[in-house]
Ligand binder design. Structure first.
Ligand code: PEP
Length: 240
């Protein structure tokens, strides 16, 4: 299967900057320089209407969604509307949402159900903190997050998991590929079905090849290095 790259633009780019970066990526695709990589970009909600991926191989993910399709939920965004705006995927349970917006496994499970009801594929982020890792609780923490996500779907293959150790996000140092791969294997065992697991946390043009060389690392989720054309294009180039 092709490796995939999920580009999480977080709140880094304005609508105008998102449109510009998207146009540069479309040109890369037209120049046949995608290097066999499946690219999924995750812009902010408000940039979705200006990015038209309809006739391209590039896919679009939202960075979050509401837990219901419709209702009295001020500020929530319906997965139905995300789908209408071209999003085929949605990132759920990102550690920044868990930490800054106190999202729980139970809420994330509801969001997974809502996304699936709108035929949007959830990319579910799981990962331990530095303290949990130091206390050797990685499998306990990740296991609980994965089981909660699995409880929201009939078929585990409806989900993509992103193993993102919280302490490696935005830090400049990724987990050793073989260490990450062990947790990926654990997640796949828990799913007990074909499920894709990508790695996220300080992925860069320098370390992407070593990460993707691991059998159980099916793709990568990139934050900082994905929000600039030069570094994202270098990640794509070095992916294989
Ligand atoms: C992320 O946003 O999930 C992420 C992995 O960020 P970074 O690549 O900047 O560590």
């Amino acid at each position: 299967m092709k490796p995939f790259i999920i580009a999480n633009w977080k709140q880094y780019l304005s609508i105008k900057e998102s449109a510009k970066l998207f146009a540069q990526l479309l040109q890369l695709d037209r120049d046949s320089k995608m290097n066999g990589v499946d690219l999924i970009i995750a812009p902010s909600f408000v940039a979705l209407p200006v990015l038209d991926a309809a006739k391209t191989k590039i896919k679009i993910a939202a960075q979050d969604c509401g837990a219901t399709l419709v209702g009295a939920h001020t500020g929530a965004v319906s997965p139905t509307d995300l789908r209408i705006l071209g999003a085929t995927h949605v990132i759920l349970g990102h550690s920044e949402r868990r930490a800054e917006y106190f999202e729980t496994d139970a809420l994330i499970a509801e969001k997974i159900k809502a996304a699936r009801a709108a035929k949007v594929t959830p990319i579910v982020c799981v990962g331990e903190t530095a303290a949990e890792r130091a206390a050797k609780k990685t499998r306990v923490v990740v296991g609980a997050q994965v089981r909660a996500a699995l409880s929201a779907v009939k078929d585990p293959s409806e989900l993509i998991f992103a193993y993102e150790p919280r302490w490696a996000i935005g830090m400049g140092t990724a987990v050793a590929p073989e260490d990450a791969a062990q947790i990926h294997a654990y997640i796949k065992d828990l799913a007990n079905a074909p499920v894709r697991v990508c790695y996220g946390g300080s992925v860069s043009p320098e370390n992407i090849a070593a990460l993707l060389a691991e059998k159980n690392i099916d793709g990568v989720l990139i934050g900082g290095a994905s929000a600039k054309f030069a570094s994202l294009a270098a990640c794509i180039k070095n992916a294989k």
